[in-house]
Design a protein around this ligand. Structure first.
Ligand SMILES: Nc1ncnc2c1ncn2[C@@H]1O[C@H](COP(=O)(O)OP(=O)(O)O)[C@@H](O)[C@H]1O
Ligand SMILES: [Mg+2]
Length: 255
């Protein structure tokens, strides 16, 4: 469980996504009114998009906006070798969603739909997925919001995709978003004579998360140097460093 630290003002999203989140929040805030009219507020959401694009952060912002606790469930940690045990654990979680209103995030949900190498795993994953589908169908009277997030939508079952009220697609950042991310994450420090073209160029190919970290590192360095501002070079260097880390990671992975 996590007390939400974010609201949507902190999340850099395109207008299309923001409109959809606004709609989801509105349905949740006025759920009694919808119910009086025989309608159920949307509460099963699937977040799809590359790592570091703000899926977990957005789940936290939904919780923050609705003043609800956020529960993060890593399915990978739930899956055991013993038949039936995983489903029983899943049952406990879904029972909890009915008892305690909150935002329940099944993070990196693709583990369930994923291609596993071991045959036993495949069978167990199938079972987990089927239980999951069943649990999702039940309990339309609860007001908890269930969010699943995945980096690999192609691994997800069609049967599963149909269960969601909304599928929200996250994307790599646009130039305007890169600028927004860097401005927000260097504030209150100023960027002296910011050369946005070169900053944006250096940020291309990085995730929102990597860009935020690069901005944060540039600020830390300025603080340690006892400077009141950051420069274009500070930021560009930190962005390049993030690219290098990525390459190093890929190299060690392919060994
Ligand atoms: N769209 C975004 N707007 C602002 N910050 C972001 C965004 N996406 C990622 N971040 C930053 O990167 C961190 C990690 O992002 P996260 O939400 O965990 O990504 P994901 O769940 O998609 O892998 C966040 O805590 C935040 O600091
Ligand atoms: Mg995440």
């Amino acid at each position: 469980m996590r007390e939400p630290r974010y609201k949507f003002k902190d999340v850099v999203l395109n207008d299309r996504l923001m409109t959809r989140f606004t709609d989801i929040l509105r349905q949740q805030r006025r759920r009694d009114w919808l119910r009086e009219h025989g309608k159920t507020p949307n509460r099963h959401l699937l977040f799809v998009g590359p790592p570091g694009s703000g899926k977990t952060m957005s789940a936290e912002a939904v919780a923050g906006e609705l003043h609800l606790p956020l529960f993060i469930i890593r399915l990978e940690g739930l899956i055991t070798r013993y038949m039936g045990e995983t489903a029983a654990k899943l049952r406990l979680i879904f029972d909890e969603t009915a008892k305690r209103r909150g935002i329940y995030l099944f993070d990196e949900f693709d583990a369930v739909g994923g291609q596993r190498t071991a045959v036993n795993d495949v069978a167990e994953m199938r079972r987990v997925l089927n239980s999951f589908l069943q649990f999702m169908e039940e309990g339309n009277s609860t007001d908890s919001v269930i969010i699943c997030s995945t980096n690999h939508p192609s691994l997800l079952d069609r049967a599963l995709l149909r269960r969601y009220d909304q599928v929200l697609e996250f994307d790599t950042p646009t130039s305007a978003q890169i600028k927004q991310l860097i401005t927000a994450n260097t504030a209150p420090m100023k960027i002296v004579a910011a050369k946005w073209t070169s900053i944006i160029h250096s940020a291309e190919g990085l995730s929102q998360s990597e860009i935020v970290r690069a901005a944060d590192d540039a600020v830390k360095m300025a603080i340690l140097d006892e400077r009141k501002s950051v420069t274009t070079d500070d930021i560009v260097n930190r962005l390049q460093e993030r690219h290098a880390m990525r390459t190093a990671f890929l190299d060690s992975e392919s060994k």
